[in-house]
Design a protein around this ligand. Structure first.
Ligand code: PLP
Length: 458
């Protein structure tokens, strides 16, 4: 690598990794100009981070500025950035062959990853796996699988949900109007109902006295007046809503959905694209709720940054659809499958437990910051999937959306990479290998940033 002042390993373990002079620096500005001229303007581009290299939880930009990555490349860098064991597996596979097409032929990583995931997924029933290249692709696959197996047209999803941006998954997505504007009409037969958001209960109730009304009401209203339950193929649900604001429902919510699905022969599809692969301290977030879904969509952290998605479902669905009824040229590419196998090995070799411990440390820091900063209305999450909801007033819960944006932008200038979600939530989804020292340092910086933003509010 060119112009390195420290070795890659130093970068990963560096205890004072945040080092920001000018952002964007001259090289970043040049790159951003080129990007703006030639790249589709549909991308978000949260801030002027122009990456040069990264290791562990540390990112270095093209001008030599260093950051602590608290968003993990949007929840992808499970074992950290460029984990050596994954890079080795990728290189070895690239040397053997890059492609043959798993839709049409055989190779060992395709089948062994399928077996590994089938055995990792919760519940005693035999599972099988379909591979795509991304989260949205396996959500599409799940829509097709559910409709094909049940021969039913309707699908249920939740307000605030994010399932992807291709037409089928976008039809299920309802987290931001900007994601849908201009793209109607959507897939017919999709119905949205309120999610269990206890901080902002859609029914104005309080948990636990509400008895999780939001789950019961689906059957009592929608399914008894509008959509015959025996025509519903699947319920798509995120165990913890991601883009919608890192919303953690009470356990009974998912348990009631499971019971409702069972009563009517509906498939319960857990979208674990963001919450899966150890992110919440368990391999799949649904395990926290003691619910076994019929199908799981996985992507993001599954393969540490090489494109891959996996739909894991009960075997009877995947033996039911015919040869050629679904497939993909690149889905389950050999390089991605080797990366996923190495990622899962790392998770099993202690990273999962480490991530759970770091999640507890992060959560206690965030709780302490909430005591100090009135801007933080709520702290919630599981493992290393934590969020803080910012409000202008803790009584009215007025969303502090502009302030959330300021926190993200100032955080960037101070050396922490953050991402917003929901209306005014800052999410934390760092690499699971982040160290105690890195969390502590990042929280010191966040403390200063919150203080600075609060000063502008009075
Ligand atoms: N589902 C969930 C829960 C997600 O968070 C995302 C992406 O953020 C997706 C699906 C779509 O994944 P991808 O961007 O890989 O298509």
């Amino acid at each position: 690598m060119e112009n390195l002042t420290v070795s890659s390993d130093d970068l990963a373990t560096s205890e004072a990794p945040c080092f920001v002079t000018e952002v964007p620096g001259p090289k970043a500005r040049k790159l951003i100009e080129q990007d703006h001229e030639f790249v589709s303007h549909s991308y978000i581009k949260e801030y002027a981070l122009a990456i040069h290299r990264a290791r562990g939880a540390v990112v270095e930009d093209v001008d030599g500025n260093r950051y602590l990555d608290l968003m993990g490349g949007v929840g992808v860098a499970t074992l950290g950035h460029s984990p050596p064991e994954v890079v080795e597996a990728i290189k070895a596979q690239a040397d053997r062959f890059l492609h043959i097409c798993g839709t049409d032929f055989y190779y060992s990583s395709f089948s062994s990853l399928a077996q590994t995931l089938a055995e990792l997924a919760p519940g005693p029933a035999k599972k099988m796996v379909y591979f795509g290249n991304s989260g949205t692709e396996v959500v599409e696959a799940a829509i097709k699988l559910a409709r094909h197996y049940t021969r039913r047209p309707h699908l249920l999803a939740f307000h605030g949900a994010f399932h992807g941006r291709t037409m089928g998954s976008l039809s299920l997505t309802s987290s931001k109007v900007g994601q849908r504007r201009g793209f109607a009409p959507f897939l017919p037969g999709v119905h949205h109902v309120p999610y269990a958001n206890c901080y902002r209960c859609p029914y104005g109730l309080k948990y636990p006295s509400c008895e999780v009304h939001c789950a019961d009401v689906i059957e009592r209203s929608l399914l008894s007046s509008m959509v015959p339950p025996d025509e519903v193929a699947a319920i798509f649900v995120e165990p913890i809503q991601g883009e919608g604001g890192y919303v953690v429902p009470p356990p009974e919510f998912h348990q009631k959905l499971r019971a409702m699905a069972d009563r009517h022969g509906i498939l319960l599809v857990a979208d674990e694209v963001q919450s899966g692969m150890g992110r919440t301290g368990k391999m799949f977030a649904m395990e926290h709720f003691e619910v076994v879904p019929d199908a799981i969509c996985s992507a993001k952290g599954l393969s540490s940054g090489v494109p891959l998605g996996a739909l894991i479902s009960r075997a009877e669905y995947m033996t039911d659809w015919n040869r050629g009824s679904h497939g993909s040229t690149f889905g389950g590419n050999p390089v991605s499958c080797e990366a996923a196998l190495a990622t899962i090995k790392g998770l099993r070799n202690g990273v999962l437990e480490h991530g759970a411990r770091m999640g507890a440390r992060l959560a206690s820091h965030l709780e302490a910051l909430k005591e100090k900063h009135p801007l933080i209305g709520d702290v919630r999450g599981m493992g290393l999937m934590q969020g803080i909801e910012l409000v202008r007033d803790r009584t009215t819960l007025e969303p502090a959306d502009a302030e959330a944006d300021q926190v993200v932008q100032i955080g960037f200038k101070r050396g922490i990479l953050l991402l917003p979600c929901g209306e005014s939530v800052i999410r934390f989804s760092p690499p699971l290998v982040i160290t105690e020292q890195q969390i502590d340092r990042a929280m010191e910086i966040l403390d200063e940033v919150l203080g600075e933003v609060e000063k502008t509010m009075v």
